[in-house]
Design a protein around this ligand. Structure first.
Ligand code: FES
Length: 118
């Protein structure tokens, strides 16, 4: 493991999210009910920013462009390009279904740490 300090834990309150640069990569940090998740900041479908994606209470993030949703814990695809109806299905065929990259994250010593080498 190669932990890198991403930001002060005070900078990521409950239900907040923030994009940080760690190890040359843009990582989206999400604080959901006190647990911090670190994922790629862009959607694996066509690269939309997930910073404005909807986060559900059960730990899913949904892309604002075509509605693909991913589990924050594992990056597993829950839904692939459902929006808009019909066109979204066609757009989904352009890129093979791919899970969202996730990174280990922890809060320790008042800071949020991310391991981008995993
Ligand atoms: S860019 Fe995210 S679902 Fe298409």
């Amino acid at each position: 493991m190669s932990w890198v300090k991403a930001l002060s834990a005070r900078g990521l309150g409950d239900s907040e999210r923030k994009v940080v640069q760690v190890g040359g990569q843009k990582i989206l940090l999400v604080n959901l009910k006190g647990k911090v998740y670190a994922v790629d900041s862009t959607c694996p479908h066509m690269g939309a920013s997930l910073a404005r994606g909807e986060v559900s209470d059960d730990g899913l993030i949904t892309c604002p462009w075509h509605g693909s949703s991913f589990r924050l814990e594992s990056g597993e695809v829950q839904s692939w390009t459902p929006r808009p109806p019909l066109v979204g299905r066609l757009l989904g065929l352009l890129r093979k279904k791919k899970q969202l990259r996730v990174y280990p994250a922890k809060v320790e010593g008042g800071s949020v740490w991310v391991d981008v080498e995993q």
